[in-house]
Design a protein around this ligand. Structure first.
Ligand code: PMP
Length: 412
């Protein structure tokens, strides 16, 4: 049977072609543009195109001369020689893929080592790595809630937390952004298990959640707190140990943290950090852990090497934060509406979505890649440029970036 399965397929015969042509016997009406099951997609695309809001894929050049303020490589580690070498060595030793789900063949010694070091670094009891931060968030939200429980979610949370809430069978209450009193009010009106879910640093405006006050609200009502530290790990806290560590919540029995390995650690993947009992539960209950192929060895090896660089050079975290503060101060001084960054995300308001798109394009023409957030990515209709402060930027690069952003700003 195996041999049969591997026999190369014969070229199509006349009979095959005849059968194939039956597929094309779709009623002519369904083949007219704008009709058929996907016909409305073309209309939606035309609307986006007319509004200048069509998203397009633009392959990045490996050796681009663009100054990159759009990616999330906060510490400049994605091309660090230790990190790339460790990724390549892991690939050569373990293979290009992890070959299966973590519970079958997808766990290597490298995964276990990475989990132990991530837990030790952040002060958590245990850790579990995933193929992405998105998968880690889906796992944590869905496995720590369920029918009869309540999820309390900040209105500005990342899409992966929102999707976790949607997938869970729990009741979901979306509360106003960064508002512990609103959280308290919702918890007071609920009888039963509850989990409060918040980003530590919000992806759009780069502001930090009031974690100590959120934790206090949770403790008052016996709720759990789930913090997505995607933008905090490697940047906030002592030597980049993350926002929960900075808030004195590391190792707390009622706090679970998630993070990505793809931003400050320059690799790819996600992690859930928390009490050992929670991690054990995720291994047994989280669908994105059980049914997803394990994190690729190259990504695990690279993330582990990046973590070791950060431990050796903790000043990288402080330098990244200083660059963010510098951007904010200089752009604000030039009269641009710039949010005060609590980590590395700096957001600069644009008058309209069209202005934001055109502004980002002008920056690109001047050799500067910046992020551009506009509806539907931002629900409030306030469009922005989104800048990433990187700890490896030189003073000259920061100066050049500020000069270009100010010079190309919309004139209104
Ligand atoms: N949470 C936040 C706050 C994020 O910004 C991101 C990445 N954009 C994720 C989760 C998802 O992480 P990953 O890219 O590793 O899937």
């Amino acid at each position: 049977q195996y041999v049969a399965a591997c026999t190369p397929r014969a070229p199509p015969t006349a009979a095959h072609r005849l059968r194939g042509s039956a597929v094309n016997s779709t009623p002519p009406a369904a083949r007219r543009p704008g009709t058929g099951p996907f016909g409305r997609l073309a209309e939606q695309d035309a609307v986006r195109r007319r509004a200048g809001l069509r998203r397009e894929l633009r392959p990045r050049e490996a050796d681009s001369a663009l100054l990159d303020l759009a990616g999330n490589d906060y510490l400049g580690l994605t091309r660090h020689p230790d990190v790339t070498r460790a990724g390549a060595e892991a690939c050569l030793r373990w293979g290009a893929g992890s070959t299966g789900s973590r519970l079958v063949t997808g766990t290597t010694a490298l995964h276990a080592e990475l989990e132990a070091e991530l837990a030790d670094f952040t002060g958590a009891e245990a850790a579990l790595v995933f193929a992405s931060g998105y998968a880690a968030n889906l796992a944590a939200v869905t496995a720590l809630s369920g029918a009869g429980s309540l999820l309390v979610s900040d209105a500005a949370n990342h899409a992966s937390l929102i999707d976790g809430c949607r997938l869970s069978r729990a009741a979901v209450e979306v509360v106003p952004h960064a508002d512990p009193d609103a959280v308290r009010k919702v918890l007071a009106g609920h009888d039963g298990p509850a989990l409060v879910v918040s980003d530590s640093v919000f992806s759009v405006d780069g502001d930090a959640a009031p974690l100590p006050r959120l934790a206090a609200a949770c403790r008052e009502y016996g709720a759990g707190l789930l913090v997505d530290d995607a933008h905090g790990l490697g940047v906030l806290g002592d030597g980049g140990r993350g926002a929960p560590h900075a808030a004195g919540l590391a190792g707390a029995p009622d706090v679970v943290c998630t993070a990505t390995l793809s931003k400050s650690l320059g690799a790819q993947g996600g992690v859930v950090l928390g009490p050992a009992a929670v991690i054990e539960h995720l291994v047994n209950a989280a669908r994105t852990f059980i049914f997803d192929t394990g994190l690729a060895p190259a990504a695990a090896g690279a993330a582990l090497a990046a973590l070791r660089v950060l431990r050796r050079e903790p000043e990288r975290a402080e330098r990244a934060r200083a660059v963010a503060r510098d951007f904010h101060q200089r752009l604000s001084a030039a009269g641009l509406d710039t949010t005060r960054p609590d980590a590395c995300v700096v957001s600069v308001r644009a008058p309209s979505p069209e202005d934001a798109v055109a502004w980002a394009a002008r920056c690109r023409e001047e050799g500067l890649a910046v992020g551009c957030f506009r509806p539907p990515s931002v629900p409030d209709g306030v469009s922005r440029l989104r800048l990433t402060a990187r700890g490896d930027l030189t003073a000259a690069e920061v100066g050049r970036a500020v000069e270009v952003i100010v010079r190309t700003a919309p004139r209104r």
